[in-house]
Design a protein around this ligand. Structure first.
Ligand SMILES: [Zn+2]
Length: 251
């Protein structure tokens, strides 16, 4: 470096006024100084928009204002609104809303529902079905996708899987049967509980319980990883246990 270039380089250096130790940090790059202030002095500095960016934004704003005066604005807005919408994400959110909140499939025909989402984004009208029959298909598709995810998760379990089967009466007097699995997720290093089956049943019939239980073993192919089975509602004849024993001995 020549003396002139040296002087020029030094004159552009900026020194940190917060450093209390020697040597005081210095740089001629703004982003480096920003990182230094954040990591050493916990100071967050917002970098202002550059002159080029500011001019560009101003010009875009003017173009938008010009478009507003003509008929072009509707076409521009439509493109922007539509770009924010994603069919798969909308399907997932809609199915989740209906299934988790146990809503009627008929909600898809409620005018209030259509008004609500079209107020948020007028272009969303072409992304949401108006036929409740399509909701059933979408739920089956979503169920299959989530079931595959659960299946892969169970197949990746390194240690034992424990199954629980139980029957109880719901608040609307229905007998509900559920099978859950407990295992240790070695990737996330935590205990996981997953619901594998959920049915309404007419009574505590243990053969019926075994049919549901057997479908879980088959659907998720987890016999080899099965460690314990905890069942409630079994009488002294232990028909359920006998059915399991007979099945496992056949394997
Ligand atoms: Zn400093």
């Amino acid at each position: 470096m020549t003396q002139d270039k040296d002087d020029d380089f030094n004159s552009k250096l900026k020194y940190c006024t917060h450093c209390t130790i020697f040597p005081v940090y210095c740089t001629n790059i703004s982003s480096n100084m920003q990182k230094h202030l954040k990591s050493w002095h916990k100071i967050n500095v917002k970098i202002s928009v550059s002159q080029v960016q500011a001019t560009t934004l101003q010009q875009l704003e003017q173009l938008y204002l010009q478009a507003m005066l003509s008929d072009q604005i509707k076409a521009i807005d439509a493109q922007v609104f539509q770009k924010h919408l994603n069919q798969n994400t909308i399907n997932e959110a809609l199915i989740s809303l209906i299934v988790v909140q146990n809503l009627s499939f008929q909600m898809i025909e409620w005018s209030e529902f259509h008004i609500f989402y079209q107020i948020l984004n007028s272009k969303s009208v072409i992304f949401i079905t108006t036929a409740h029959s399509q909701i059933r298909q979408k739920i089956i598709k979503a169920w299959q996708t989530h079931k595959n995810t659960v299946q892969k998760k169970l197949q990746s379990v390194l240690f034992s899987i424990h199954l629980f089967i139980d029957i109880w009466t719901s608040s609307n007097k229905l007998l509900l049967l559920a099978v859950t699995a407990d295992f240790v997720d070695c990737i996330e290093e935590k205990h996981v509980k997953i619901l594998l089956a959920f049915h309404t049943v007419k009574n505590h019939n243990e053969k019926k319980q075994f049919v549901v239980f057997f479908s879980v073993l088959q659907n998720y192919d987890i016999v080899k990883k099965l460690k314990t089975v905890v069942a409630d509602n079994s009488d002294t004849k232990d028909i359920f246990c006998q059915e399991i024993e007979a099945h496992l001995l056949n394997k």
